[in-house]
Design a protein around this ligand. Structure first.
Ligand SMILES: Nc1nc2c(ncn2[C@@H]2O[C@H](COP(=O)(O)OP(=O)(O)O)[C@@H](O)[C@H]2O)c(=O)[nH]1
Ligand SMILES: [Mg+2]
Length: 286
């Protein structure tokens, strides 16, 4: 495929077109790839994008090519676009070695998480050696999204309340590393301590490391990046991710299957059971 060749040789417009094709459901035949992926999640406003910007500079300096996929629940002007603006401000020559893409969840009834896998493979095939997925984390949809990354960084702020939300949503189970950002503000180190304490309480199943950083003042970034590079997930966490990926795929197949409307009609009138509906739909999806 001509488009694939030029995307691989660094042409951004070709890459953008290919990603759009994938988003629209097209399947690309790619050779085996071994993507390096990081999921970054956490409540809005804790500084995920700022922190990613710092990490991107780091990676860029060590010769990596970094692609950031920002999964954006609504507005086209937030997430990826903002992050791209910020990066442009910070480094004028991010050109060849940094790529941003915002993935809107709007208009995707089956969710977008299952699209991440082929997008990641495409980026990796095209030579992007660090692939970061940013998502606002608090619910099940976000858990599903970060589960497509092989390592997960959870970002929190000085307000301890935030992470309790994350614990409830089960996202914390997927985190390899937790960064408490805004260490320049009061309360941050107390928040880090209290997170550590509650992780200890929940038992030792390979608890995530807790790092205190300030994205704004560039404090603790190098240590954090090294920790991310070196981290390895325990088997149970990898299995949890794979489970989430499987569930994403399952859901999307169901939602996108041809017989869905018919099955819903019959469910509405009570002429079939849920099990019968599922049995029927299983055969009709691709
Ligand atoms: N004080 C302080 N503010 C920060 C820090 N990092 C980010 N911010 C600010 O927090 C706000 C939200 O940052 P952003 O990166 O967009 O957060 P996101 O929603 O998690 O992606 C912005 O106004 C940032 O300038 C930090 O380390 N310290
Ligand atoms: Mg952001």
């Amino acid at each position: 495929m001509e488009l694939l060749k030029s995307a691989k040789s660094g042409d951004r417009r070709s890459l953008a077109r290919l990603l759009t094709l994938v988003e629209e459901g097209e399947t690309l035949e790619l050779p085996e790839v071994a993507p390096w992926t990081l999921g970054v999640t956490g409540p809005p406003g804790v500084g995920k994008s700022t922190l990613i910007g710092r990490m991107v500079s780091h990676w860029k300096d060590s010769g990596e090519r970094v692609a950031v996929l920002a999964v954006d629940p609504s507005s086209p002007r937030s997430g990826g676009a903002l992050l791209a603006d910020r990066m442009r401000m910070e480094s004028t020559d991010s050109g060849d070695s940094v790529y941003f893409r915002s993935l809107a969840t709007r208009g995707h009834p089956g969710g977008v998480s299952y699209l991440l896998s082929p997008m990641i493979d495409l980026l990796s095939f095209c030579g992007w050696s660090r692939i970061v997925i940013e998502t606002v984390g608090s619910g099940q949809a976000e858990t599903r999204i970060v589960a497509f990354a092989d390592r997960v960084l959870m970002v929190d702020g000085p307000d301890r309340g935030d992470i309790i939300q994350a614990e409830k949503a089960g996202i914390i189970e997927l985190a390899d590393i937790i960064a408490v950002n805004k260490s320049d503000k009061p309360g941050a180190s107390r928040a880090a301590d209290s997170i550590r304490a509650s992780l200890e309480l929940s038992g030792d199943r390979g608890s995530p490391e807790v790092h205190l950083v300030s994205a704004q003042n560039s404090v603790g970034i190098e240590t954090l990046v090294s920790a991310i590079e070196e981290c390895s997930s325990p088997d149970w966490r990898n299995r949890l991710r794979i489970t989430e990926r499987l569930l994403s795929k399952w859901d999307s197949r169901l939602i996108l299957s041809d017989g869905l409307d018919g099955a819903l009609d019959e469910l509405e009138t009570g002429s079939i059971t849920l099990d019968q509906a599922l049995d029927r739909l299983q055969g009709t999806s691709g």
